[in-house]
Ligand binder design. Sequence first.
Ligand SMILES: C[S@@+](CC[C@H](N)C(=O)[O-])C[C@H]1O[C@@H](n2cnc3c(N)ncnc32)[C@H](O)[C@@H]1O
Length: 275
Amino acid sequence: MTDVKRQLLDELVASGIERREVRWIIEEFLRDDSSRSVANVRNAVERRVNGAPLQYVLGHWPFRELDLDVDPRALIPRPETEELVGLALEQLAFGNSSTPLMLDLGCGTGAIGLSLLFELRERGIRARLVCVDASSDALDLARTNARKYDLTAVSFVRSNWFDDVDATFRGTFDVIASNPPYVSALEMLTLDRVLEYEPRDALVAPDAMGVGGFADVEHIIRHAPTWLSPSGVLVLEHGEAQRDAVAATCEQSGFSSFNLFDDVSGKPRMLVAQR
Ligand SMILES: C[S@@+](CC[C@H](N)C(=O)[O-])C[C@H]1O[C@@H](n2cnc3c(N)ncnc32)[C@H](O)[C@@H]1O
């Protein structure tokens, strides 16, 4: 470590940020010993001190095998969602399509869909992906992430869930994967203030069926069967208090079978449903 780095580290740790975070910020922004580089480090630490999430300060963050660009245009991808991608990959391994067609609903950074496309490409499988989001900002970020990994078999659609997805895709998706907003407006008031840096529309959903934040999860479960191929699967993340409502909605929506999964911390969080 150079003298400049060591001095900066000691000085900036005193601002109250964890030492390893300061180290990461220095690694990211201290390109040389110039005053401009040092100023970039100080600005980044100041943003962090003021409460910005580390991921937004650094501007990129690992998700499974990708290093995704992240910024306030989209939700920071969460570790639980990495598990959702794992479930989707397992389903594709059992599926009978050699060129699977996938839909990522509410793609944000593109974390789910682009990871699927990337990891399938590594296995020699040529999949195709449609990424949907209501936010054009999020779609722009997802496009950047697709370019970063030269993932070209993907189209981006601005849509309120399925509304503007091309009707010719009905009955064709091998996998629909989604991590929709599922926090209720009431619950949002009690959560960590750091969430205020993320787009509210990425987190908060209206209540439905008497369940807080359930409206988007419900909408996706009810409409997915129409868009899935005959052997297609819906892989969906949901809120931990929503499992009973998820099961009830699946039963009413014509899926042939479904399974519910806990995340690594044992919380009921994921659905895999077969058309
Ligand atoms: C919880 S974030 C998930 C982002 C990303 N898939 C991930 O897991 O990191 C939910 C995403 O759904 C999008 N979204 C919210 N309402 C939507 C709607 N009505 N139609 C389409 N996308 C929507 C948000 O813009 C946001 O990008």
